[in-house]
Design a protein around this ligand. Structure first.
Ligand code: SAM
Length: 213
């Protein structure tokens, strides 16, 4: 694994591209500029790593589009020391972006091959989140509450169990809709109330499990 001058140059271009598309948070842009996305690709496919596109990672799953990662991360408003649950480890890229921003991440993946792959790769990159294998649509009750929760697969509705596992003033970022498209939601827990905001449309792979499809 080598992060060379050419990769850094491609990352700069990628950051410019997602800035043009509307991402403004400087810390998020710096994190995207920092994480070598080509480490998540087979060597024959590295030319795809710095395009602003989702890409297959095997097992019918994808590494999210950098713009989408930046969008969700901006909504999450990550602060150093935040305890964050990520549902859908996938490649582990989003997890690295969260950790580059100083978060303590608990990441859960349903697919065993992807879980094992990320568990091997991330420590080599210097990132040591808590990895879990299982159904993240139920959250991880034994490790709750979380300051923030990010779901990186499309859900049919907002799982109540995730809201229950949020701290006071905690926020949940989750794409909700049908199999074709989902709206990005931001839910903030204030006392017994949940404030919901709706953002633009995305297309994610489905959230499976008890509170998924
Ligand atoms: N965050 C990932 C990344 O940076 O590569 C993107 C992951 S991909 C778009 C969505 C992932 O969610 C897939 O790896 C899928 O297996 C996983 N997934 C779907 N339903 C899940 C569930 N109930 N619990 C945990 N992971 C789930």
């Amino acid at each position: 694994m080598q992060d060379q001058y050419i990769h850094k140059g491609m990352r700069k271009q990628l950051v410019k591209e997602i800035t043009k598309k509307g991402i403004q948070d400087k810390r998020v842009l710096a994190a995207i500029g920092h994480i070598p996305r080509h480490y998540f690709f087979d060597s024959a496919l590295i030319s795809h790593a710095y395009q602003d596109k989702a890409f297959p990672i095997g097992e019918g799953q994808t590494i999210s589009q950098p713009y989408t990662v930046a969008f969700q991360t901006t909504l999450l408003d990550v602060q150093p020391g935040d305890k964050i649950l990520e549902v859908g480890t996938g490649s582990g890229y989003q997890c690295c972006v969260l950790m580059a921003l100083g978060a303590k991440v608990y990441t859960i993946e349903y697919n065993k091959k992807l879980y094992l792959r990320a568990k091997k790769l991330l420590p080599k990159m210097g990132f040591r989140p808590q990895f879990f294998l299982g159904d993240g649509s139920k959250g991880i009750p034994g490790f709750a509450p979380f300051d923030k929760i990010i779901v990186t697969a499309g859900a049919p509705s907002v799982p109540q169990s995730l809201l229950q596992q949020l701290n006071e003033n905690g926020r949940l970022i989750i794409p909700v809709g049908n199999a074709q498209q989902q709206k990005m939601l931001r839910l903030i827990k204030i006392g017994n109330q949940v404030q919901e905001e709706v953002f633009s449309t995305f297309k994610f792979v489905p959230l499976v499990g008890e509170n998924g499809w």
